[in-house]
Design a protein around this ligand. Sequence first.
Ligand code: ZN
Ligand code: ZN
Length: 221
Amino acid sequence: MLDGRILLDIPPSAVLDMRRHGIAPEALDVVLVSHLHADHAFGLPFHLLDCILRSAGETPLAIVGPPGLRAHSEELFALAWPGLDVTKLTPKRRVEYVELQPRREVKVADIAVSAIPMSHFGLVAYGYRVTCQGVRLAYTGDTGDCGEIDELTNDVDALILELTHIAPTRDADHLDVATVARVAEKVRGRGGKVFATHMSVPPTHVPAGVTACEDGKTYWT
Ligand SMILES: [Zn+2]
Ligand SMILES: [Zn+2]
């Protein structure tokens, strides 16, 4: 999460986790969905229900992601909550979907965001470049090693990247520790900070200079 109001992907436990850590889901302005795998998007039906029943707010919640996001979200909602038709309910807080085309920057709430296609199982899977209060951030979502990582991370003040594998791997669809070390060295060499998420490895195994993010903790204030 960025700035207490921009969520980078929405896993199934997102609403619960936010409440557990004292963050009200209604504090969110924007949810950026990198791709439609379950660990990144299955929190949508829980969050939509929260918007329908509980969350207040004058401004709409923007849910941003690849083309097909809205249909996917409504399909998930129908599967998750049989008997409730999300298209006929009046939510306490409005939801707006923003389906992005690659490399076209849009303004959402008070942030600028552009999507860079990553390499992940042949899906439309986006990394995001976000400018928020003058700070330039990049988030990889899930990706294998690919040339677009340079495009994504060029000139950013901070990078949040996935680190799935502790050892060098042949998995072409996620990053391993060797690739993360290489990418981090470039970003840090330009003065940027690097944070790792999506880890199946203990935080002790991240490359030097990379901060392993843990749930509920705040970094870089
Ligand atoms: Zn994935
Ligand atoms: Zn994932």
